[in-house]
Design a protein around this ligand. Sequence first.
Ligand SMILES: [Zn+2]
Length: 406
Amino acid sequence: MMHVLRRFKSVGSNKVSSLFNPTKRRTHDSLQLKVGEEELRFPHVWLRDNCQCELCYHKTAKSRIIDYSQFNTNAKPKSVSSDDNYVNITWDDGHTSSFRTQWLKLHSFEPKHQTTYDEEIYKPKKSTWHGRDFFKLCSKHNYNAIISSDTALFQWLHNLSVYGISLIQNTPNNEAALENIISRIGFSKQTHYGVKFIVQSVPNTSNVAYLSNNLQMHTDLPYYEYCPGVNMLHCLVQTHGEGGENLLSDCHYTANYMKENHYTKYKLLTDIEVEWSDIGTENGNEFFKLHRSPVICLDQNEDISRINFSIPQRGTHFPGKLQDVTPWYEAQKLFYDLSYKFAANFKTQEGDILVFDNIRLLHGRNKYIDNTHNIRKLIGVYIDWDEIYSRWRCLKIKLNPNNSIL
Ligand SMILES: [Zn+2]
């Protein structure tokens, strides 16, 4: 996965000139450069905007400081020259810019290079899965290795990003273990259920998760606009009797299946907003959370950005049109049934931390029965994808120190 960054390692010697032969083939608003066998084109305005000189770019803050009151979106290169490592541009207003060749290549606008950047730097590419493949793809990681090794930490975060699921094993049986894992990444996400929440059977509870009967599959906290991205559940005590298994289902698989086989119902789930809600009191703190969003949220590329799904935490108010209601319910029921059809069934052991993508997977739990000597107890904590992707990128650079190209 690090081949792109490694590829740049060899660049920087006098081999560069054979790789990178800029020519001055200009069109009206962009500059074409020959890179090995490739022709890479860069817009003038982008080159001027991304000038790396100390007037335009602050090296330690890694931030653009160009004075935009003076910025000319129509700036034109007056002359271009290059050596082994740099392309130098003098602009029509006399300003000069210097770009490292490997930096330019990384920022190429060619679709294949953009895809490479997306997967190597932006976010790992996701792989969807059916529950029958769960045991092949749910990677197992060791608690002590994650705490002590950056490579182990990176591998865990990478697998979690790709599949949305992973298991940490051999975790010490104490409440600090989750905090230790979180501190390896960044910061946890506090909600009205606390920094950490304890999942245990509680009568007269504020949340249906704190009951011991079947917990239908759902995403947590869909009523948050800024919904926690990842759920980590540390199993301190598992029921020794029957039940208590987790159900896990990859909604990206279900959504793709619906898109191919039930397109109209898929569109209803991507287009119609419903209202997610949580109303109550926890630790003396009253809350009344509402958030409107479709079940399947898409981004500008029509990729899934977030899944919201919870039978108990869908509010009673339906914000849409009357004629949409029945078709929407039919679509929701299909999504629910398919999620169960495609789900994996997995019982965690004491010492396991089950980690899953809360805005991608549905999770649930089978009914179980506590007895006085064996009271099931899990501790949970949330962390945002912002923290995870950030650590993933930092480690990617740290584990390959030659990658100072960004
Ligand atoms: Zn500059």
